[in-house]
Write a protein that binds this ligand. Sequence first.
Ligand SMILES: [Zn+2]
Length: 461
Amino acid sequence: METAKLFHDIVNIEQERQELQAEGYSWDKIRDVLDEKYRKHAQKGKFICRCCGSTVKLVLYGPEKVCFFSHKNTDECSGKDNYKKYTSSRIGENDQQHRIGKTILKEYLTGQLKFRGIEVQDGYLYKQRLNIIPDLILYFPDGQVWAIDYITGTKTDQNYHNFLRKRIQTYADQGFRSFFLIDEEWYSPHMEKPVLSLYRSEFLMLRSTEYDQIWKEKIESIVRLYGENSLIVLQSSETIRPYTVLTMMYVNMSKLTALMVRCVPIISRSDSTVGWAYMPHEAVPLQLDQIVTLNDRGTDFRWFAPNELSMRDELKQRAQNAYEELNAKLERERMEKEEEAKRLNEQAEKAAREYKQRQEAKTRVQQVYRDEVAAAYDVKQDAQSSSQIRADAFGKVEYYRFLLARFRLSEYLKAYPVFHEHIERCQSIIDQADRDGEISREAWSSLYSQMENMKNALKVE
Ligand SMILES: [Zn+2]
């Protein structure tokens, strides 16, 4: 163990060694200093185990150049066992950083809690054997026991997740309330979106404070007013329902500051975590002494910011803005669509108008032609009562030639194979009329009716 009782005080021999080392002392020199200071008391058996009360030895050498106290005999001592487990379970923590951080944390907790009669102790001094040892244990006058852990090294693997799960369970079995303070190094907000990423194990260290419930109610009321999308736009497979707000405290032990983060885990529809959590507001910077302060009733740490009320109002304002922006965007899109539809409609109407005009022009031309043909026919009939009509009187035999050429190209001709014959017959009537300079009334009626039939059937105008 690092600590032992000497007269009225607690000696932390490893801390003293580190302080000497920090002052630039060599290992040999450190040993000399500590030996000079403590050897005689040690020889007289005055170092006492804080856990079992038995005499412990001062050990100033060791393969890892660390100093500690060890039990003289193999008598049962839970502290001794706990300490062994404690040090071995902390392998992987950033050693130096963890040790210093824990020392600072202990000082701060002691300073804040002493007046309430709460005792702050190293976890390994717990009077019973524990399978997993917390960094610090708080003993309340009413019998409550809180376990405090300061987490440093980054732990990504499944083993650590399982270990942490076991740790939390062990504390619960023992009747401890557990609190985790994570090194700020772990804090990883998204640069653009109101979310932060979390290790699986990190989710286990989130806890529910009394302010989280107020946040949850605020978020629920905002969702009722403006919808979930006004807070954060997620994929359809994800949700932040039922809006469970939890709190994480990230600490920076060298600056004596902390970042308080409230967040809502993002859950996939299959009920598993997606490794991210929604942050209703930015991380709140706090001082270390603030986060080790208890609430008035002494039931919890006072993890809250003085301006939480205005932060909740800000959240509502942001959501309202997002909601209005979203609506304005939808309205813009709706109007753009309407404009586009109007434009397309006008285009179609214009095309229809133009088509109709073309058709009418065509019909007019044809009508004029028919009138001319009819007029010419009538004139000829009147002028010559004979059965012979001169072909040139029609003047539009060329038009029939043109129509015959179009008939031959019509795709509908396939459906009327007999028209090939009709076309040739009409052609020969026209050729004959050309040669003779006249056409018989019968030949003209036959030509006229066949041409009209084919015009309709072959859709040629
Ligand atoms: Zn002991």
